[in-house]
Write a protein that binds this ligand. Structure first.
Ligand code: GTR
Length: 329
C-alpha cells in the first residue's frame, strides 16, 4: 500500500469508518467517554447529543456513548486518549482539563463566580466562547460547556469551619489551584482518580473529598462519609470536546451538524442538572448525611483570599472578564 493510502486507511480505522452501504449505515462512528453513570445529567446530555448528531447527519455519523467510566475511571487518562485520538469525544470537568489546557485552570480559583447565573453569563459571552475555541491550542475541538454545579467538602469528620479541614485527608480533583487551595486550608490533599475515591474513603486512606451533590450521590461517596458542608468553593463547568484532527477531517456539513447538536443539548443539560441537584441533595439527606448550608461564606473566602490573589495573576484578563458579569450588589 502506498504511504498516503496507508495513512488514510489507518485514519479510517481510527475513526471507525465502516463504509455505509445504505443511507442508514453510519459512515463514521465516534466513541464518547463519560465517567458518570447512565441517567446522570451530563450522561443524559451525551445521549441527547448522540441522538441529534445521528438525526442531523441523516445517520451518517453515529456517536456511541460509553458511560460509567467504561473507557476509564480516570479523566486524566480519558483526556490523554482524546488527545491521541483513541477516544474521539469526551465529557469531562474543566478542572481535569486544566493540566492539558492551562487557561481552564482559572475555574479552580475559589469563589470566582457569585452564582450559577454569573457563571453562565460569562461562559456564553465572548470570553467564555473564546476559551472553548482556544481548546484547539491543545489538540482539542471544544463543543460546549455544561453545568457542573458548585463543589463543596464532605468527610467522615465534621467541617463546620475552614479550620476543621486541618489534618483531614481530602481527595481534590486534579485542578492545580484547587489542590493548592485545600493545602492552604491545612488539609492533607490527595489527587486521585475519581473511580478510586470510594474505596479510598471506605478503607480510611481518605477522610473525604469535594464535589457537587449529584456526584456525591452517584459515586456512592455519601455511603462512606457523614458530613457535607456546602461551602461551594468553586464552580467547575463541564466540557464536551473532541479530538481536533478528527474534527478537521469532517466535512463542513458534518461539522455544522455536530456543532448544532452540541449547542442544542445545553438547555437540556441545564434543566436536567437543576432538577438532579435538588434530588441528589434530598437523597443524601434521607440517607443520613448531615448537610450544612453555608449562606455566609465570608470565613471561607477570607481563608483563601491570599491564595486567590497570587494564583489569579496569570489569569488576570479572564478574571477581569468574569468580574464584568458579576451581578451588582
Ligand atoms: C465531577 C465531574 C466529573 C469528575 C469528578 C471528579 O463533578 O462531573 O467529570 O471530574 O467531579 O471529581 O473527578
Amino acid at each position: 500500500m502506498k504511504k498516503t493510502l496507508r495513512v488514510l486507511f489507518v485514519f479510517a480505522l481510527t475513526l471507525g469508518l465502516v463504509g455505509g452501504l445504505s443511507a442508514a449505515d453510519p459512515k463514521i462512528i465516534l466513541k464518547l467517554a463519560e465517567i458518570h453513570p447512565q441517567g446522570y445529567p451530563t450522561e443524559l446530555a451525551d445521549e441527547e447529543f448522540a441522538r441529534l448528531v445521528n438525526l442531523y447527519t441523516n445517520g451518517e455519523i453515529r456517536v456511541d456513548v460509553f458511560p460509567g467510566g467504561q473507557l476509564s475511571g480516570d479523566e486524566k487518562v480519558i483526556i490523554e486518549q482524546v488527545k491521541v485520538g483513541a477516544i474521539h469525544i469526551a465529557r469531562v470537568s474543566s478542572g481535569a482539563l486544566g493540566p492539558f489546557n492551562p487557561q481552564m485552570n482559572v475555574f479552580g480559583l475559589p469563589f470566582l463566580f457569585d452564582s450559577k447565573t454569573h457563571m453562565w453569563d460569562f461562559l456564553q459571552g465572548p470570553a467564555g466562547q473564546k476559551m472553548m475555541t482556544d481548546l484547539n491550542k491543545s489538540g482539542f475541538y471544544g463543543l460546549t460547556w455544561y453545568d457542573g454545579g458548585a463543589r463543596s467538602f464532605y468527610s467522615k469528620n465534621p467541617i463546620a469551619t475552614p479550620e476543621d479541614l486541618k489534618g483531614q485527608k481530602i481527595r481534590v480533583i486534579g485542578s492545580p489551584i484547587l489542590l493548592k487551595m485545600a493545602d492552604a486550608l491545612g488539609a492533607s490533599t490527595v489527587n486521585m482518580a475519581y473511580g478510586q475515591v470510594f474505596g479510598a474513603i471506605q478503607t480510611g486512606v481518605l477522610d473525604g473529598a469535594e464535589n457537587n451533590p449529584p456526584s456525591l450521590l452517584t459515586s456512592n461517596h455519601y455511603q462512606v462519609v457523614k458530613y457535607y458542608t456546602m461551602n461551594e468553593h468553586s464552580r467547575l463547568p463541564e466540557v464536551l470536546f473532541m479530538n481536533l484532527k478528527v474534527w478537521n477531517k469532517l466535512t463542513a456539513a458534518q461539522k455544522q451538524a455536530i456543532s448544532s447538536a452540541a449547542q442544542q443539548t445545553v438547555a437540556f443539560q441545564r434543566r436536567a442538572w437543576d432538577a438532579f441537584e435538588v434530588e441528589a441533595l434530598n437523597k443524601v439527606i434521607e440517607a443520613g448525611i448531615i448537610v450544612t448550608e453555608v449562606p455566609d461564606k465570608s470565613a471561607w473566602q477570607a481563608a483563601v483570599k491570599p491564595l486567590f490573589d497570587v494564583e489569579s495573576k496569570p489569569y488576570a484578563a479572564t478574571v477581569k472578564a468574569i468580574d464584568a458579569y458579576r451581578p451588582k450588589k
